[in-house]
Write a protein that binds this ligand. Structure first.
Ligand code: FMN
Length: 420
Protein backbone atom coordinates (compact mmCIF):
# COMPACT_ATOMS: atom_id res chain seq x y z
CA UNK A 1 0.00 0.00 0.00
CA UNK A 2 2.77 2.41 0.91
CA UNK A 3 4.60 1.61 -2.29
CA UNK A 4 1.45 2.10 -4.33
CA UNK A 5 0.62 5.40 -2.69
CA UNK A 6 4.13 6.74 -3.33
CA UNK A 7 3.97 5.83 -7.01
CA UNK A 8 0.45 7.19 -7.38
CA UNK A 9 1.50 10.37 -5.59
CA UNK A 10 4.20 10.74 -8.22
CA UNK A 11 1.64 11.28 -10.94
CA UNK A 12 0.54 14.36 -8.97
CA UNK A 13 4.20 15.35 -8.67
CA UNK A 14 4.20 14.46 -4.99
CA UNK A 15 7.36 12.98 -3.56
CA UNK A 16 7.85 11.35 -0.16
CA UNK A 17 8.72 13.73 2.67
CA UNK A 18 11.67 11.66 3.79
CA UNK A 19 14.00 9.51 1.72
CA UNK A 20 13.06 5.84 1.62
CA UNK A 21 16.79 5.04 1.83
CA UNK A 22 18.44 5.13 5.24
CA UNK A 23 21.74 6.58 4.06
CA UNK A 24 20.03 9.42 2.21
CA UNK A 25 17.67 10.03 5.11
CA UNK A 26 20.70 10.56 7.33
CA UNK A 27 22.03 13.15 4.88
CA UNK A 28 18.67 14.92 4.80
CA UNK A 29 18.66 15.02 8.60
CA UNK A 30 22.18 16.40 8.75
CA UNK A 31 20.95 19.46 6.87
CA UNK A 32 18.16 20.03 9.38
CA UNK A 33 20.08 19.93 12.62
CA UNK A 34 22.80 21.87 14.38
CA UNK A 35 26.26 20.36 14.08
CA UNK A 36 26.07 19.39 17.76
CA UNK A 37 22.69 17.70 17.49
CA UNK A 38 23.70 15.75 14.40
CA UNK A 39 26.99 14.66 15.98
CA UNK A 40 25.15 13.48 19.08
CA UNK A 41 22.65 11.37 17.16
CA UNK A 42 24.84 10.07 14.37
CA UNK A 43 28.01 9.47 16.34
CA UNK A 44 29.36 6.32 17.91
CA UNK A 45 32.16 5.32 20.25
CA UNK A 46 35.83 5.54 19.26
CA UNK A 47 36.59 5.01 15.60
CA UNK A 48 33.01 3.83 15.12
CA UNK A 49 34.16 0.32 14.21
CA UNK A 50 31.26 -1.33 16.01
CA UNK A 51 28.86 1.03 14.31
CA UNK A 52 30.28 -0.10 10.95
CA UNK A 53 30.29 -3.75 12.03
CA UNK A 54 26.61 -3.54 12.92
CA UNK A 55 25.93 -2.75 9.29
CA UNK A 56 28.37 -5.16 7.68
CA UNK A 57 27.06 -8.04 9.82
CA UNK A 58 23.89 -7.89 7.73
CA UNK A 59 26.02 -8.60 4.65
CA UNK A 60 27.15 -11.90 6.14
CA UNK A 61 23.70 -13.25 5.42
CA UNK A 62 21.79 -13.49 2.16
CA UNK A 63 18.11 -14.15 1.67
CA UNK A 64 17.09 -17.17 -0.39
CA UNK A 65 13.65 -16.51 -1.86
CA UNK A 66 11.23 -19.39 -2.40
CA UNK A 67 8.64 -18.99 -5.16
CA UNK A 68 5.26 -20.40 -6.22
CA UNK A 69 3.94 -20.52 -2.68
CA UNK A 70 0.84 -18.31 -2.82
CA UNK A 71 1.90 -15.21 -0.95
CA UNK A 72 -1.12 -13.17 -1.93
CA UNK A 73 -2.37 -12.62 1.59
CA UNK A 74 0.21 -11.91 4.23
CA UNK A 75 0.19 -10.96 7.89
CA UNK A 76 3.12 -8.99 9.32
CA UNK A 77 1.61 -8.72 12.80
CA UNK A 78 3.01 -10.36 15.89
CA UNK A 79 2.30 -10.55 19.60
CA UNK A 80 4.65 -9.37 22.29
CA UNK A 81 3.87 -9.38 26.02
CA UNK A 82 0.16 -9.28 25.38
CA UNK A 83 0.24 -6.49 22.78
CA UNK A 84 -0.61 -7.05 19.14
CA UNK A 85 1.94 -5.24 16.97
CA UNK A 86 1.28 -4.28 13.34
CA UNK A 87 4.72 -5.63 12.50
CA UNK A 88 7.64 -6.95 14.57
CA UNK A 89 9.00 -3.45 15.15
CA UNK A 90 9.37 -1.20 18.16
CA UNK A 91 10.85 2.25 18.43
CA UNK A 92 14.08 2.04 20.42
CA UNK A 93 14.42 4.44 23.33
CA UNK A 94 16.25 7.54 22.13
CA UNK A 95 17.02 10.31 24.55
CA UNK A 96 17.03 14.06 23.95
CA UNK A 97 14.79 13.97 20.88
CA UNK A 98 14.30 17.73 21.26
CA UNK A 99 17.59 18.01 19.38
CA UNK A 100 15.85 16.58 16.32
CA UNK A 101 12.52 18.41 16.58
CA UNK A 102 10.75 20.73 19.01
CA UNK A 103 7.82 18.29 19.33
CA UNK A 104 10.33 15.58 20.28
CA UNK A 105 8.76 12.56 22.01
CA UNK A 106 5.24 13.89 21.45
CA UNK A 107 5.58 13.70 17.67
CA UNK A 108 7.11 10.24 17.85
CA UNK A 109 4.36 9.03 20.18
CA UNK A 110 1.61 10.21 17.84
CA UNK A 111 3.29 8.60 14.84
CA UNK A 112 3.90 5.34 16.71
CA UNK A 113 0.28 5.18 17.82
CA UNK A 114 -0.99 5.88 14.31
CA UNK A 115 1.16 3.07 12.91
CA UNK A 116 0.57 0.50 15.65
CA UNK A 117 4.25 0.40 16.62
CA UNK A 118 5.18 0.44 20.33
CA UNK A 119 7.31 3.34 21.50
CA UNK A 120 9.88 2.64 24.20
CA UNK A 121 10.05 5.82 26.30
CA UNK A 122 13.61 6.79 27.06
CA UNK A 123 14.81 7.42 30.58
CA UNK A 124 16.56 10.46 29.04
CA UNK A 125 13.52 11.69 27.14
CA UNK A 126 12.91 15.34 26.43
CA UNK A 127 9.28 15.07 27.54
CA UNK A 128 7.92 13.60 30.79
CA UNK A 129 6.49 10.14 30.17
CA UNK A 130 3.00 11.20 31.31
CA UNK A 131 2.82 13.76 28.55
CA UNK A 132 4.18 11.39 25.93
CA UNK A 133 1.77 8.67 27.01
CA UNK A 134 -1.12 11.12 26.69
CA UNK A 135 -0.25 11.53 23.00
CA UNK A 136 -0.84 7.89 22.13
CA UNK A 137 -4.27 6.78 23.27
CA UNK A 138 -4.11 3.19 24.38
CA UNK A 139 -1.54 2.00 21.89
CA UNK A 140 1.43 0.12 23.30
CA UNK A 141 4.39 1.78 24.99
CA UNK A 142 7.26 0.57 27.17
CA UNK A 143 9.65 2.29 29.52
CA UNK A 144 13.43 2.10 29.37
CA UNK A 145 15.24 2.48 32.66
CA UNK A 146 18.73 3.63 33.52
CA UNK A 147 19.26 2.40 37.06
CA UNK A 148 19.74 5.46 39.24
CA UNK A 149 22.02 5.53 42.29
CA UNK A 150 18.78 6.03 44.23
CA UNK A 151 16.47 3.03 44.42
CA UNK A 152 13.70 5.44 45.45
CA UNK A 153 13.99 7.13 42.06
CA UNK A 154 14.05 3.73 40.34
CA UNK A 155 10.86 2.72 42.16
CA UNK A 156 9.23 6.05 41.35
CA UNK A 157 10.06 5.81 37.63
CA UNK A 158 8.70 2.27 37.48
CA UNK A 159 5.52 3.24 39.29
CA UNK A 160 5.01 6.15 36.88
CA UNK A 161 5.64 3.84 33.92
CA UNK A 162 2.96 1.49 35.22
CA UNK A 163 0.53 4.38 35.59
CA UNK A 164 1.39 5.48 32.04
CA UNK A 165 0.25 2.10 30.76
CA UNK A 166 3.65 0.71 29.82
CA UNK A 167 3.61 -2.99 28.93
CA UNK A 168 7.24 -3.70 29.85
CA UNK A 169 10.35 -2.25 31.46
CA UNK A 170 13.65 -2.48 29.60
CA UNK A 171 16.71 -1.98 31.79
CA UNK A 172 19.65 -0.72 29.78
CA UNK A 173 22.88 -2.36 30.97
CA UNK A 174 25.43 -0.93 28.59
CA UNK A 175 25.41 2.72 29.62
CA UNK A 176 26.33 2.84 33.29
CA UNK A 177 28.87 5.36 32.01
CA UNK A 178 28.83 7.32 28.80
CA UNK A 179 31.06 5.79 26.11
CA UNK A 180 34.05 7.59 24.58
CA UNK A 181 32.37 9.54 21.78
CA UNK A 182 34.82 11.61 19.76
CA UNK A 183 32.25 13.49 17.70
CA UNK A 184 30.73 14.92 20.88
CA UNK A 185 34.07 15.29 22.63
CA UNK A 186 35.51 17.33 19.77
CA UNK A 187 32.55 19.71 19.99
CA UNK A 188 32.66 19.58 23.81
CA UNK A 189 28.94 18.90 23.68
CA UNK A 190 26.80 17.03 26.18
CA UNK A 191 23.08 17.85 26.08
CA UNK A 192 22.40 16.87 29.70
CA UNK A 193 24.67 19.58 31.04
CA UNK A 194 22.35 22.10 29.41
CA UNK A 195 19.38 20.51 31.08
CA UNK A 196 18.26 18.74 27.90
CA UNK A 197 17.06 15.15 28.20
CA UNK A 198 16.38 15.21 31.93
CA UNK A 199 12.62 15.68 31.83
CA UNK A 200 11.86 12.29 33.44
CA UNK A 201 13.84 13.53 36.46
CA UNK A 202 12.61 17.11 36.71
CA UNK A 203 9.06 15.80 36.48
CA UNK A 204 9.63 13.20 39.19
CA UNK A 205 8.46 14.05 42.71
CA UNK A 206 11.00 11.77 44.42
CA UNK A 207 13.90 13.14 42.39
CA UNK A 208 12.79 16.75 42.92
CA UNK A 209 12.43 16.14 46.64
CA UNK A 210 16.04 14.96 46.68
CA UNK A 211 17.04 18.07 44.75
CA UNK A 212 15.36 20.34 47.26
CA UNK A 213 17.15 18.59 50.12
CA UNK A 214 20.63 18.81 48.66
CA UNK A 215 22.88 21.75 49.34
CA UNK A 216 23.69 23.88 46.31
CA UNK A 217 27.38 23.47 45.59
CA UNK A 218 27.27 26.90 44.00
CA UNK A 219 29.27 25.58 41.08
CA UNK A 220 28.23 27.23 37.85
CA UNK A 221 26.81 24.85 35.27
CA UNK A 222 29.42 23.75 32.77
CA UNK A 223 27.26 24.91 29.87
CA UNK A 224 24.40 27.37 29.58
CA UNK A 225 21.28 25.74 30.97
CA UNK A 226 18.21 25.39 28.83
CA UNK A 227 16.03 27.14 31.37
CA UNK A 228 13.01 26.88 29.18
CA UNK A 229 13.13 23.06 29.08
CA UNK A 230 13.85 22.69 32.76
CA UNK A 231 11.26 25.30 33.70
CA UNK A 232 8.58 23.53 31.69
CA UNK A 233 9.37 20.19 33.26
CA UNK A 234 9.46 21.54 36.80
CA UNK A 235 6.19 23.34 36.22
CA UNK A 236 4.67 20.12 34.93
CA UNK A 237 5.84 18.28 38.01
CA UNK A 238 3.94 20.82 40.08
CA UNK A 239 1.05 20.82 37.70
CA UNK A 240 1.19 24.55 37.13
CA UNK A 241 1.43 26.30 33.78
CA UNK A 242 5.08 26.64 32.83
CA UNK A 243 7.73 27.59 32.22
CA UNK A 244 8.17 29.43 35.46
CA UNK A 245 11.44 31.27 35.36
CA UNK A 246 11.01 32.59 38.86
CA UNK A 247 11.40 29.03 40.15
CA UNK A 248 14.74 28.80 38.50
CA UNK A 249 16.29 31.90 39.95
CA UNK A 250 16.44 29.99 43.20
CA UNK A 251 19.09 27.81 41.65
CA UNK A 252 16.73 24.86 41.45
CA UNK A 253 17.47 24.16 37.81
CA UNK A 254 21.18 24.15 38.44
CA UNK A 255 20.76 21.88 41.43
CA UNK A 256 18.56 19.55 39.40
CA UNK A 257 21.24 19.20 36.73
CA UNK A 258 23.93 18.65 39.34
CA UNK A 259 21.85 16.05 41.12
CA UNK A 260 21.09 14.34 37.83
CA UNK A 261 24.75 14.13 36.90
CA UNK A 262 25.70 12.68 40.25
CA UNK A 263 22.91 10.12 40.49
CA UNK A 264 21.56 9.17 37.06
CA UNK A 265 23.41 5.90 36.83
CA UNK A 266 24.84 3.21 39.02
CA UNK A 267 28.03 1.62 37.66
CA UNK A 268 28.12 -0.67 40.72
CA UNK A 269 24.92 -2.45 39.63
CA UNK A 270 25.03 -6.26 39.77
CA UNK A 271 22.73 -9.15 38.88
CA UNK A 272 21.51 -9.47 42.47
CA UNK A 273 19.99 -6.00 42.42
CA UNK A 274 17.58 -6.96 39.67
CA UNK A 275 15.51 -8.58 42.41
CA UNK A 276 14.58 -5.07 43.59
CA UNK A 277 12.89 -4.38 40.28
CA UNK A 278 11.13 -7.73 40.30
CA UNK A 279 9.68 -6.88 43.72
CA UNK A 280 8.48 -3.50 42.50
CA UNK A 281 6.69 -4.44 39.32
CA UNK A 282 4.61 -7.17 37.79
CA UNK A 283 5.48 -5.94 34.32
CA UNK A 284 7.74 -8.03 32.10
CA UNK A 285 11.39 -7.02 32.58
CA UNK A 286 13.87 -6.98 29.71
CA UNK A 287 17.62 -6.44 29.77
CA UNK A 288 18.89 -4.22 26.96
CA UNK A 289 22.50 -4.61 25.91
CA UNK A 290 23.03 -8.37 26.08
CA UNK A 291 25.64 -9.51 23.54
CA UNK A 292 26.50 -13.10 24.40
CA UNK A 293 24.94 -16.46 25.17
CA UNK A 294 26.34 -16.60 28.70
CA UNK A 295 24.67 -13.40 29.81
CA UNK A 296 21.49 -14.41 28.02
CA UNK A 297 21.50 -17.65 30.01
CA UNK A 298 22.02 -15.68 33.23
CA UNK A 299 19.06 -13.51 32.34
CA UNK A 300 16.92 -16.63 31.98
CA UNK A 301 18.24 -17.89 35.33
CA UNK A 302 17.25 -14.59 36.96
CA UNK A 303 13.69 -14.87 35.71
CA UNK A 304 14.05 -12.07 33.16
CA UNK A 305 11.29 -11.99 30.54
CA UNK A 306 13.29 -10.83 27.55
CA UNK A 307 16.46 -9.25 26.23
CA UNK A 308 17.36 -6.66 23.66
CA UNK A 309 20.49 -7.81 21.88
CA UNK A 310 22.10 -4.40 21.48
CA UNK A 311 25.38 -2.53 21.55
CA UNK A 312 23.59 0.80 21.82
CA UNK A 313 24.13 1.49 18.15
CA UNK A 314 27.91 1.29 18.58
CA UNK A 315 27.86 4.25 20.97
CA UNK A 316 29.41 2.56 24.00
CA UNK A 317 32.23 0.04 23.43
CA UNK A 318 34.08 0.54 20.17
CA UNK A 319 35.07 -2.93 19.02
CA UNK A 320 32.07 -4.59 20.67
CA UNK A 321 30.57 -7.46 18.73
CA UNK A 322 27.96 -6.64 16.08
CA UNK A 323 24.49 -7.58 17.23
CA UNK A 324 23.61 -9.74 14.24
CA UNK A 325 26.85 -11.68 14.73
CA UNK A 326 25.96 -12.24 18.38
CA UNK A 327 22.38 -13.26 17.73
CA UNK A 328 22.56 -16.91 16.57
CA UNK A 329 24.44 -18.15 19.67
CA UNK A 330 22.05 -16.25 21.92
CA UNK A 331 19.00 -17.70 20.18
CA UNK A 332 20.41 -21.20 20.67
CA UNK A 333 21.15 -20.61 24.37
CA UNK A 334 17.77 -19.05 25.12
CA UNK A 335 15.91 -21.79 23.29
CA UNK A 336 12.55 -20.03 23.43
CA UNK A 337 12.61 -19.39 27.18
CA UNK A 338 12.37 -15.60 26.83
CA UNK A 339 11.74 -13.01 24.15
CA UNK A 340 14.65 -11.81 22.05
CA UNK A 341 14.69 -8.37 20.47
CA UNK A 342 17.57 -6.93 18.45
CA UNK A 343 18.70 -3.46 17.54
CA UNK A 344 21.80 -1.62 16.29
CA UNK A 345 22.14 -1.22 12.56
CA UNK A 346 18.59 -2.04 11.48
CA UNK A 347 18.05 0.26 8.51
CA UNK A 348 15.36 -1.42 6.43
CA UNK A 349 12.55 -3.93 6.43
CA UNK A 350 14.94 -6.37 4.77
CA UNK A 351 17.34 -6.00 7.72
CA UNK A 352 14.47 -6.77 10.09
CA UNK A 353 13.62 -9.82 7.98
CA UNK A 354 17.16 -11.17 8.43
CA UNK A 355 17.14 -10.61 12.20
CA UNK A 356 13.85 -12.45 12.49
CA UNK A 357 15.02 -15.27 10.24
CA UNK A 358 17.95 -15.67 12.65
CA UNK A 359 15.56 -16.10 15.55
CA UNK A 360 14.68 -12.65 16.90
CA UNK A 361 11.08 -12.05 17.96
CA UNK A 362 11.17 -8.38 16.98
CA UNK A 363 13.58 -5.55 16.20
CA UNK A 364 13.96 -2.01 17.47
CA UNK A 365 14.37 0.86 15.06
CA UNK A 366 16.85 3.46 16.30
CA UNK A 367 18.53 6.33 14.47
CA UNK A 368 16.33 6.20 11.33
CA UNK A 369 13.27 7.46 13.19
CA UNK A 370 15.26 10.22 14.87
CA UNK A 371 16.41 11.36 11.43
CA UNK A 372 12.85 11.14 10.11
CA UNK A 373 11.73 13.26 13.06
CA UNK A 374 14.35 15.89 12.22
CA UNK A 375 13.30 16.00 8.58
CA UNK A 376 9.54 15.75 8.82
CA UNK A 377 8.36 15.82 12.43
CA UNK A 378 5.41 13.55 13.20
CA UNK A 379 4.65 13.04 9.49
CA UNK A 380 8.27 12.11 8.89
CA UNK A 381 8.23 9.45 11.61
CA UNK A 382 4.97 8.07 10.21
CA UNK A 383 6.53 7.75 6.78
CA UNK A 384 9.58 6.11 8.28
CA UNK A 385 7.43 3.46 9.98
CA UNK A 386 5.32 2.95 6.88
CA UNK A 387 8.48 2.46 4.85
CA UNK A 388 9.84 -0.11 7.27
CA UNK A 389 6.55 -1.98 7.29
CA UNK A 390 6.17 -1.91 3.51
CA UNK A 391 9.70 -3.06 2.84
CA UNK A 392 9.33 -5.80 5.45
CA UNK A 393 6.04 -6.98 3.96
CA UNK A 394 7.45 -7.02 0.43
CA UNK A 395 10.64 -8.81 1.47
CA UNK A 396 8.52 -11.35 3.32
CA UNK A 397 6.21 -11.99 0.38
CA UNK A 398 8.93 -11.96 -2.26
CA UNK A 399 10.89 -14.49 -0.20
CA UNK A 400 7.92 -16.83 0.00
CA UNK A 401 6.71 -16.17 3.54
CA UNK A 402 3.21 -15.15 4.63
CA UNK A 403 3.81 -14.53 8.32
CA UNK A 404 6.46 -13.72 10.90
CA UNK A 405 6.51 -17.30 12.15
CA UNK A 406 7.10 -18.58 8.61
CA UNK A 407 10.17 -16.34 8.39
CA UNK A 408 11.54 -17.81 11.57
CA UNK A 409 10.79 -21.39 10.59
CA UNK A 410 11.61 -21.30 6.88
CA UNK A 411 15.16 -21.74 5.62
CA UNK A 412 15.35 -18.31 4.04
CA UNK A 413 18.92 -17.34 4.89
CA UNK A 414 22.35 -18.55 3.90
CA UNK A 415 25.72 -17.34 5.06
CA UNK A 416 27.28 -15.17 2.43
CA UNK A 417 30.28 -16.85 0.77
CA UNK A 418 31.94 -13.45 0.66
CA UNK A 419 32.23 -13.48 4.43
CA UNK A 420 33.61 -16.97 4.92
N1 FMN B 1 19.22 3.61 24.48
C1 FMN B 1 18.68 3.60 25.71
O1 FMN B 1 18.51 2.54 26.28
N2 FMN B 1 18.33 4.79 26.32
C2 FMN B 1 18.51 5.99 25.74
O2 FMN B 1 18.17 7.01 26.30
C3 FMN B 1 19.11 6.01 24.46
N3 FMN B 1 19.35 7.20 23.85
C4 FMN B 1 19.88 7.19 22.59
C5 FMN B 1 20.10 8.42 21.95
C6 FMN B 1 20.58 8.44 20.66
C7 FMN B 1 20.78 9.76 19.98
C8 FMN B 1 20.85 7.22 19.97
C9 FMN B 1 21.31 7.21 18.55
C10 FMN B 1 20.66 6.03 20.62
C11 FMN B 1 20.19 5.99 21.92
N4 FMN B 1 19.97 4.78 22.59
C12 FMN B 1 19.43 4.78 23.85
C13 FMN B 1 20.24 3.49 21.93
C14 FMN B 1 19.02 3.01 21.14
O3 FMN B 1 18.01 2.60 22.01
C15 FMN B 1 19.37 1.82 20.22
O4 FMN B 1 19.96 0.80 20.99
C16 FMN B 1 20.32 2.22 19.10
O5 FMN B 1 19.94 3.47 18.56
C17 FMN B 1 20.32 1.17 18.02
O6 FMN B 1 21.29 1.44 17.07
P1 FMN B 1 20.97 2.13 15.64
O7 FMN B 1 20.45 3.49 15.93
O8 FMN B 1 22.29 2.18 14.97
O9 FMN B 1 19.98 1.27 14.94
Amino acid sequence: ERQKSIYLGGSGRKRPLISTRATLLEEQARGRMSAEAFAYIAGGAGEERTMAANRSAFDNWRIVPHYLRDVESRDTSTELFGDRLAAPFLLAPIGVLEMAHAQADRAVARAAAAEGVPFIFSNQASVPMEETAACMGDSPRWFQLYWSKSNDVVASFVERAERCGCSAIAVTLDTTMLGWRPRDLDLAFLPFLRGQGIAQYTSDPVFMQQVSERPDSGRPPEAPLNHHAIGTAIAQARNVPGPTFSNLKSGKARRAVQHFIETYSRPSLTWDELAFLREHTKLPILLKGILDADNAQRAVDHGIDGIVVSNHGGRQVDGAVATLDALPDIVRAVDGRMKILVDSGIRSGADAFKAIALGADAVCIGRPYAYALAVGGEAGVRECLQNFKADFDLTMGLSGCCSVSEIREGSTLVESSASS
